[in-house]
Each structure stands twice: as structure tokens, then as C-alpha cells.
Design a protein around this ligand. Structure first.
Ligand code: GTP
Length: 223
């Protein structure tokens, strides 16, 4: 984490060259938050990314907020992502609002089998605009895309909403891992780009990148 509220992702360029034992094993850091209604799969999404595992069984709602770190390498740059898993329940909202301000990226999840979690995305975006930095990176994710029967939100509906707000979109599955790593890699690439782009590098457009890389559910992206 950058540690400075409101700061952009930072490159650790100040680290003295002559103290290798203390040099960090990453080049820049960024704070990412997982947001969305309770039960959409935020904790499972984080665990799938961090450990490559899926927690099935009894649903235990997150209380308050928790975080995990993971370093990913994009284009030879090591990006330490500090990922904050927030509680989706309404009663924890005032706690999580306090963490929005120094986040560089927000992954906003809904559950493709739960209409109200999709309908609430607009309210989440209103909160984000109220509490987060103006240039925060936002990505909309329709989770549980592995579920073939019980889908109530079409992929096209997610795409339309994302287009309206000008944010990248993909469907994901914390269960199978579909597009989980891609979501974080796209964020890491964007943060790397913002931290300092070399003059010889082509500009990076996160929406184009996501569109070119994302996998679609192997079965039914229809109702
Ligand atoms: N089929 C399927 N089930 C999932 C997926 N992701 C999460 N689940 C299930 O959905 C339930 C809720 O998952 P959580 O990750 O705890 O949800 P959450 O968004 O963290 O919930 P809060 O902590 O209350 O905000 C659990 O029973 C999970 O096993 C997924 O991609 N596919």
C-alpha cells in the first residue's frame, strides 16, 4: 500500500541501490478494493486469486474489512497489489467508506444469479463517486458465471451498464477461476502505466485490454 491517502500507485524508485537486503521484492504498489453486495463472492474471488482455491460450503459473511497482498509481474514490472476484501452488508458501509479514499482500483462485483445485486450496482457507483478518488480505476465484474441454471442477468446487461459508466466489464467465476487473474492483471497493468510510462511504450487502454483477453463462459451467456 502506498500509505498516503489520495496517492497514486507509486514506484519504489527512492529505494537505495546499496542496501540489497532491505530492497523490496516489488517495483510498485497499489491498493485494490473488492466491493459489491453481500454474497456476490468477493471473499471467494480474493481467495481464488491468492491461493487458487474455492471455498464452497457454508457462506460466512465478511465482518468489517480484511486484506491480502499478492505480487504480480506485468511487462517485467513487479506490482504488489494490496487487496482489501470488504463486507457487503449494509451495516458495515460506514467502516468501508473510510478505506475508499486511498484506493487506486475498485473491483465492483455483482452475482449473475441475483438481480438485486445487479440493480444495486448504480448505488455502489454513486458511493464510489462520493468517497473514492476521482481517477480511481473501476472494473465491473459479473461473478458466478459458472452457474448454468439460475442465471438472471445476461452478459449483455452487464456490458451495457459498464459501457454507460465507461468502465471495463467481464464475467468471472471465483469457483472455476475464469477471468479472476485477468481482472487483477489488468489492474496491475493500468497501475504500472499510470506510475510512469516509457516514451517508447504504446499507451495502455484497460477496456481494450480486457476486451481482447477475456474469456466468455463456456456454456450459456443467455437466459
Ligand atoms: N457457483 C459459484 N458460487 C460462488 C462463486 N463465488 C462465490 N460463491 C459462493 O457464494 C457465497 C458467497 O461468497 P462470498 O465470497 O463469501 O461472498 P462475499 O461477497 O464475500 O460476501 P460478504 O462477505 O457478505 O460481503 C458462498 O457460498 C460461495 O461459495 C462463484 O464464482 N460461483
Amino acid at each position: 500500500m502506498t500509505g498516503t491517502p489520495g496517492a497514486a500507485a507509486t514506484r519504489d524508485s527512492e529505494t537505495p541501490q546499496r542496501s540489497p537486503p532491505c530492497s523490496p521484492s516489488y517495483d510498485l504498489t497499489g491498493k485494490v478494493m473488492l466491493l459489491g453486495d453481500s454474497g456476490v463472492g468477493k471473499t471467494c474471488f480474493l481467495i481464488q486469486f491468492k491461493d487458487g482455491a474455492f471455498l464452497s460450503g457454508t457462506f460466512i459473511a465478511t465482518v468489517g474489512i480484511d486484506f491480502r497482498n499478492k505480487v504480480v509481474t506485468v511487462d517485467g514490472v513487479r506490482v504488489k497489489l494490496q487487496i482489501w476484501d470488504t463486507a457487503g452488508q449494509e451495516r458495515f458501509r460506514s467502516v468501508t467508506h473510510a478505506y475508499y479514499r486511498d484506493a487506486q482500483a475498485l473491483l465492483l462485483l455483482y452475482d449473475i444469479t441475483n438481480k438485486s445485486s445487479f440493480d444495486n450496482i448504480r448505488a455502489w457507483l454513486t458511493e464510489i463517486h462520493e468517497y473514492a478518488q476521482r481517477d480511481v480505476v473501476i472494473m465491473l465484474l459479473g461473478n458466478k458465471a459458472d452457474v448454468s441454471s439460475g442465471r438472471v442477468i445476461r452478459s449483455e446487461d452487464g456490458e451495457t451498464l459498464a459501457r454507460e459508466y465507461g468502465v471495463p466489464f467481464m464475467e468471472t467465476s471465483a469457483k472455476t477461476g475464469m477471468n479472476v487473474e485477468l481482472a487483477f492483471l489488468a489492474i496491475a497493468k493500468e497501475l504500472k502505466h499510470r506510475a510512469g510510462q516509457r516514451a517508447d511504450e504504446p499507451s495502455f487502454q484497460i477496456r481494450d485490454y480486457v476486451e481482447s483477453q477475456k474469456k466468455r463462459p463456456s456454456c450459456c451467456s443467455f437466459l
